[in-house]
Write a protein that binds this ligand. Structure first.
Ligand code: 5GP
Length: 235
């Protein structure tokens, strides 16, 4: 698979065309940003860890019946994926209060929910990704009512599958963000990544944070946390 022209560069990944018009090549970077890009840095080795962890998890989800964009890992940092149009919604699933849920609703981090919470944000940097409900998403034509229903069902199933995988690795899955895309033949598939950049992972025994919150909150040990997640999920 040949890398052709750069199609898009985001905060953590670059996307290249390939010789196949239905396939693009994602290249993961070590660059890290937080707070709408106001905080910038580098997490050594992150690109390779996120690439390989995403691929491993997507393969497990695919085996359990979740359609994904994953096709083939090309190298440590590069993966061939199905070309999709991204649905402009960040789909967040929460099992335990943390981050914006805690600050928005004034509850301490660590409150365990009786049922998972699914949230949607409108992917729009200028508006700072505002929270939207199903009606807002339909009114804004971000997705159809049917697509939102399918996305919610996939997100909850993915939560069950990821919780199980993480539990076996001694990790509590606190929350995570998903993105979905539509293929040329209009199939809804899981896209983007599943990594310590996009999930909150807490050590099940000690509660230690093993994710990007270490970077966001200047907790130190950022690279060590990514490597520890690599060890638990990939080795
Ligand atoms: P929160 O809304 O509390 O900031 O984030 C909830 C979960 O979604 C966290 O696991 C966080 O990593 C993920 N998340 C939410 N928005 C973003 C985003 O814009 N980029 C990344 N990488 N993750 C996000």
């Amino acid at each position: 698979m040949q890398k052709k022209e750069l199609l898009y560069e985001g905060k953590a990944k670059k996307v290249y065309a390939s010789e196949d018009s239905d396939v693009v090549i994602v290249s993961y970077k070590d660059d890290a940003t937080a707070f709408d890009g106001q905080k910038k840095g580098t997490i050594q080795g992150k690109g390779a860890i996120n690439n390989r962890m995403t691929n491993r998890l997507m393969q497990k989800l695919a085996a359990a019946g979740i359609p994904t964009h994953y096709l083939e890992e090309l190298s440590d940092r590069e993966t061939a994926v199905r070309k999709v149009t991204i649905v402009p919604l960040e789909v967040i699933v929460r099992n335990i209060a943390a981050g914006h849920f805690s600050s928005r609703y004034g509850v301490e981090e660590g409150l365990v929910f009786d049922e998972p919470v699914v949230e949607f944000s409108y992917k729009n940097d200028d508006l700072h990704d505002p929270l939207v409900n199903d009606d807002h998403a339909v009114a804004l034509k971000l997705a159809t009512r049917e697509e939102i229903g399918a996305i919610r069902a996939y997100a909850l199933r993915i939560n069950e599958l990821l919780k199980e995988i993480m539990l076996a690795a001694g990790v509590t899955l606190v929350d995570f963000k998903l993105e979905f895309g539509k293929t040329g033949d209009d199939q809804l598939v899981l896209a983007d990544e599943i990594s310590p950049d996009t999930c909150r992972f807490w050590d099940s025994r000690t509660g230690e944070k093993l994710d990007k919150d270490r970077f966001r909150r200047d907790l130190g040990g950022v690279e060590d946390a990514y490597q520890e997640m690599q060890r638990r999920i990939l080795e």
